[in-house]
Design a protein around this ligand. Structure first.
Ligand code: DSN
Length: 415
């Protein structure tokens, strides 16, 4: 909650109050281009900070293991019904604590341990939970990966089909956390059908774009769709899974007791608020502006001489390859942070550097769009990023960029 709502905490734990105050100041004064972050509304924050945090409610509405669950049943039923209406799906589970748990639940429903999952390579834009050896998904299942075409840096659906034919996966995963292009779910469905696999789409990043009609809709083509509520959806930290009625009971059992214990009822109530916000007409306009902003910022960076991975973007994010500039992603992240612009280093396709160094940065526009930025502001923003990256050792230029960045974001108040 904001500083004005911290009176009880203020009297008890000033150190934690200080951390909250510092974060509020940081969020207000810095330009956030982390593609997976956003600013939740006060309504979402109030629901998430509510006394629903006190209730244990293992099970599902009407089928709990503890008594006294009528109020939280109401909140969870609202979240489920709104998710179904919003995404046009038959069945929704809103209990996963985050996207990773949503993916775990879908795997538990669709796969037996040791079976094969075919998903996007982390180094080409996939996610840890898409079969990385460092993650449960790569340890409990046999994970094989498709990448992007080395020349176009885009998915090659014929190559994925051939790989599926050889590997015969039981589950194919579509979706990414650092891929700037729209996904072709009809093609993924055809590939899955050709090898009798199930199809899971991880729309953690682009779920909001789907609601806004600016990204293809995975629901009609998928057996499972996993998502998060805190990225483009602009709600509380959390995950959800959508599926067909035929998989509903198995999915519920996979979430609880399969992967989780008591659900976070305060977060589930905030998910209900998030889904209600996403039904408003303004949400569609917001998603359209996110994508328009990403295109405008991407075009500006290209015009400044930066190489854009795959040559552009169709989503809320894009990747810059910094090889020509002879700086690493980490150096770029650090210099941008020093001037008040927050972004993350990111591997580019077939990156040969460690993930703590990288050759690229990922820039996303959901958060700045929430603050009210429009495509006409992207020229100034891109100019500041470019000046900082091209003058990393010139303190006077960096001082100037820092002051300009603070002025720019000052025009878009937060909270
Ligand atoms: N950490 C998220 C991202 O930044 O894409 C994915 O889980």
């Amino acid at each position: 909650m904001l500083e004005s709502h911290l009176s009880a905490l203020e009297g008890f734990d000033r150190e934690v109050v200080q951390a909250v105050r510092m974060e509020l100041e940081r969020e207000r004064t810095r330009i956030n281009l982390i593609a997976s972050e956003n600013y939740a509304s006060l309504a979402v924050l109030e629901a998430q900070g509510s006394i629903l945090t006190n209730k244990y409610a293992e099970g599902y509405p009407g089928k709990r293991y503890y008594s006294g669950c009528e109020p939280v049943d109401m909140a969870e039923s609202l979240a489920i019904e709104r998710a179904k209406e919003l995404f046009g799906c038959e069945y929704a589970n809103v209990q996963p604590h985050a996207g990773a748990q949503a993916n775990m639940a879908a795997y538990l429903t669709a796969l037996q341990p040791g079976e094969t999952v075919l998903a996007m390579d982390l180094r080409c834009g996939g996610h840890l939970t898409h079969g990385s050896p460092a993650n449960f998904s790569g340890q409990f299942y046999r994970a094989v990966h498709y990448g992007v075409d080395r020349r176009t840096e885009m998915l090659d659906y014929d190559a994925i089909a051939k790989l599926a034919e050889v590997e015969r996966p039981r589950l194919i995963v579509a979706g990414a956390s650092a891929y700037p292009r729209a996904l072709d779910f009809e093609a993924f469905r055809r590939i899955a059908d050709s090898v009798e696999a199930k199809l899971m789409v991880d729309m953690a990043h682009f779920g909001g774009l789907v609601v806004g009609g600016v990204h293809p809709d995975p629901v009609p083509h998928s057996d499972f769709v996993t998502g998060t509520t805190h990225k483009t959806m602009r709600g509380p930290r959390g995950g959800f899974v959508l599926t067909k009625d035929e998989h509903g009971a198995a999915l519920d059992a996979a979430v609880f007791p399969g992967a989780q214990g008591g659900p976070l009822m305060h977060v589930i109530a905030a998910k209900a608020v998030c889904f209600k916000e996403a039904m408003a007409p303004e949400f569609k306009a917001y998603q359209e502006t996110i994508v328009a902003n990403a295109r405008a910022l991407c075009d500006k960076m290209a015009s400044e001489g930066f190489r854009i991975v795959s040559g552009g973007t169709e989503t809320h994010l894009f990747l810059i390859d910094l090889t020509q500039q002879q700086i690493s992603g980490r150096q770029a992240q650090d210099v941008l942070e020093s001037v008040g612009i927050t972004a993350n280093m990111n591997e580019i396709p077939y990156d040969d550097t460690p993930p703590t160094v990288t050759r690229g940065i990922r820039l996303g526009t959901p958060a700045v769009t929430t603050r009210g930025m429009k495509p006409e502001h992207m020229d100034a923003l891109g100019g500041l990023i470019s000046r900082a990256l091209k003058n990393m050792n010139d303190d006077s230029v960096l001082d100037w960029v820092r002051a300009e960045a603070r002025d720019l974001i000052g025009n878009f108040p937060l909270y």
